[in-house]
Design a protein around this ligand. Structure first.
Ligand code: CA
Length: 371
């Protein structure tokens, strides 16, 4: 396959003691020399590209993508290295999926809910309003059938997805007016992606989705009235407190958002089995590491927002949350009825949620309430 880039690696060649084999499989050599379709041999060094929807090195999200690239390189002893591109460096943020599908890049990092125009069921794999927390969704992915459904949904596109990172429970967003009733959401033009946006529309708001890097300017110049982004660590990094007064919680629309890594299926299939395993388990390790990063740093960021930047924290009123939940469940049922795959995924999620609801309630939820 011509997009696969073989690179000479003098260090590796020295280690392997077979410079001749490497040289025989560089870009000048023919496909026969490179054993096309059989995957990289033990002495070949591969370089992949990873395109992302985030600004380069953005805290948590961008650095999480960097972490994944780094550990693939480390675990493979340099046989597979991954070069990370921030949004707009190789392709625009929301063209990450297309770039991986057509092989412009072998990997991508973003969020499943950005691709709902291609796959109606994709947002279920990011987060569901009033659905699973970060811990719960990882249980669903790895031990509740979620990963199998995720792979099935993306298979027709020649793309393999994995959960890579989790933001934990997000914040409700940034507003310049108080939200005292559902009426206050009417006419509100808000950046809010995925199912949350559909719910906002049903209560009279106007959801838009724009890349994170454009949020501050859009909020400041009035292109949007309000925005959600992620949580304290990421929202502080974009300076959203400079463009809005009130910071609402909880993030009812994103109770535990899974970020997403995608791999071009053909490029993956061409890897030898040990490199395939490295990519797969590096994704799992990166999933945990990004979640830990958010958990570890949101507290300091929240303190900074409130104490240094004068942000006013507000909780959504109970009746507003109750109405948003009612509308969310109605919307999810309709979506499940309208699209076969959405129906199967929502059924799986609901079954899983009912299973963990009671154990979460008497376990972590009860404990944290009393800590
Ligand atoms: Ca968000």
């Amino acid at each position: 396959m011509d997009r696969r880039k073989f690179v000479k690696n003098a260090g590796l060649a020295g280690l392997a003691g077979s410079a001749g084999l490497l040289a025989a499989c560089n870009r000048q050599s023919g496909p026969a020399d490179c054993a096309e379709g059989t995957g990289a041999g033990p002495n070949e060094a591969l370089e992949w590209k990873m395109v992302t929807t985030w600004p380069r090195d953005f805290p948590g999200l961008g650095t999480g993508a960097n972490y994944l690239a780094r550990i693939i390189g480390e675990m493979s002893g340099g046989r597979l290295t991954v070069r990370v591109f921030g949004g707009n460096e190789l392709v625009p943020p929301f063209e990450v999926f297309d770039a991986v599908q057509r092989g412009t890049a072998e990997m991508g990092h973003g969020g499943a809910y950005y691709w709902k125009g291609k796959m109606a069921a994709s947002p279920f794999f990011s987060t569901v309003p009033f659905g699973l927390t970060g811990n719960e969704i990882n249980g669903w992915f790895y031990h509740g059938g979620g990963l199998e459904l995720y792979h099935e949904l993306y298979a027709p596109f020649g793309v393999i997805p994995w959960p890579i990172g989790n933001s934990g429970t997000q914040m409700g967003g940034w507003f310049n007016r108080e939200i005292n009733s559902v009426e206050d959401l009417k006419g509100l033009k808000m950046r809010i992606p995925g199912f949350g946006g559909e719910v906002l529309m049903r209560v009279g708001g106007t959801p838009v989705n724009i890349p994170g890097a454009e949020l501050f300017t859009a909020l400041q110049n009035g292109t949007i009235d309000a925005t959600e982004w992620v949580g304290p660590m990421n929202d502080l990094a974009f300076g959203l407190f400079r463009a809005a007064k009130y910071y609402y919680y909880p993030g009812w629309h994103e109770p535990g958002t899974a970020l997403e890594g995608i791999v071009n299926a053909e490029a993956y299939a061409a890897l030898p089995s040990d490199l395939q395993a490295i990519v797969k388990y590096a994704c799992q390790a990166a999933n945990m590491d990004m979640y830990a990063d958010f958990e570890a740093h949101n507290g300091d960021a929240l303190k900074s927002l409130v104490q240094e930047h004068g942000v006013e924290l507000r909780a959504f009123p109970d009746d507003v949350l109750a109405e948003l939940k009612r509308v969310s469940l109605e919307m999810l049922e309709e979506q499940a009825a309208a699209d076969e795959m959405s129906g199967r995924v929502w059924a799986s999620l609901k079954t899983y949620l009912e299973k963990v609801r009671s154990s979460t309630a008497v376990g972590s939820q009860s404990f944290v309430d009393h800590r």
